[in-house]
Design a protein around this ligand. Structure first.
Ligand code: 5GP
Ligand code: MN
Length: 321
């Protein structure tokens, strides 16, 4: 049988009207890969609509995507939906859910345990990011990783690899980054733009959360929590929490980090780990998912109870426990 990449490339060339979707509250990989697919399809002369239920997060407005990201379903024809960076069929949100059952779906992803919900599925757990897979797809279609396409793929690569520092950084990842730099991207200005999106309120809120950071399991697990009250007091939002869980992961001796934040009607948890500690299994146990060293999910219960449950489950996932 033809490999998924070739089947997907062939399907793209034969199809006209696409809707491209990524997971709710998109990160740099979800957004970068969605915008990159938008570019590729436009270059191929296809009609393309980008959809994300939660829209473009504030911290990415500097990207100034030349194409609108819809938050409601379009009334123009759609033949195929390309779903990116979604480890489960629920990840794109509830608005698009009925369409995922009734249309041709291409599922391109790199999460552990992806249930292959597409008509065509290309799931590569070794890929650093979906952006890296989209770079491979562009090569397959003969499209160079220059200009906006290069920027979008680069954003995905640096977002999911922690600026090329996590375990998922492969030679292929760095080779793709090198290819993008050769074709003109300047990493200095790009990182400067990406990083210069914080606010003083955000920094102060993060300071308050770090003041309250705690260690458990003989210093092997770090925990931070973000309450709605703190967001209100500091004029910040859940989006301002991005990445802080990594800061407490790098405390000496810590093997896993837990972050819990209050959203409108639920709690969102993020788990990070070092080495062999598999936090994907912990997140999956609570209905979430992710990767071995970075996973997350949603819980509906008081924050203190969630904290206790997660500390207990992560402790059991530590090596030799
Ligand atoms: P984060 O903690 O940054 O939100 O997400 C870390 C990883 O876990 C990402 O790969 C993300 O896709 C995955 N993840 C986060 N929340 C969920 C969730 O609710 N369900 C699933 N299946 N995966 C999640
Ligand atoms: Mn990803």
């Amino acid at each position: 049988m033809m490999p998924p990449l070739k089947r997907i490339a062939e399907h793209i060339l034969e199809t006209d009207n696409f809707l491209v979707v990524s997971h709710i509250t998109p990160d740099g990989d979800a957004l970068g890969s969605m915008l990159a697919v938008g570019e590729i399809l436009t270059i191929l002369g296809k009609k393309v609509i980008l959809f994300n239920e939660s829209g473009l997060p504030d911290r990415f407005t500097w990207l100034m995507p030349c194409r609108e990201i819809l938050q409601i379903l379009p009334d123009t024809p759609v033949d195929t939906i390309i779903v990116l960076d979604c480890g489960g069929v629920d990840r794109p949100g509830t608005v698009i859910a009925p369409w995922l059952l009734s249309k041709t779906v291409i599922n391109i992803d790199h999460h552990l345990g992806n249930p292959m919900f597409g008509t065509l599925n290309w799931v590569d757990q070794r890929a650093s990011s979906v952006g890296e897979m989209i770079g491979v797809l562009a090569r397959e279609l003969g499209i160079p990783l220059c200009g906006l396409l290069g920027q979008y793929i680069y954003l995905a690569l640096i977002s999911d690899t922690g600026d090329f520092s996590f375990n998922n950084t492969r030679p292929e990842t760095l080779e793709m980054a090198a290819e993008i730099l050769r074709l003109g991207l300047l990493p200095g200005p790009f990182h400067e733009q990406k990083q210069s999106t914080g606010t003083i309120n955000q920094l102060q809120m993060r300071g308050a959360v770090l003041q309250q950071a705690k260690l458990y399991a003989q210093g092997k697990i770090s925990v931070i929590t973000f309450t709605k009250e703190l967001f209100d007091q500091t004029g910040t939002t859940p989006e301002d929490t991005e990445g802080l869980v990594n800061t407490v992961l790098y405390i000496r001796g810590v093997q896993a980090a837990i972050s819990i934040r209050e959203e409108a009607n639920s709690l969102k948890f993020s788990l990070r780990s070092k080495g062999s500690t598999n936090v994907q299994a912990v997140a999956a146990h609570f209905g979430g998912g992710g990767h071995r060293n970075a996973a997350g999910g949603t819980l509906i219960m008081p924050i203190a109870q969630a904290q206790e449950l997660l500390i207990d489950a992560v402790t059991k996932a530590l090596p030799n426990s």
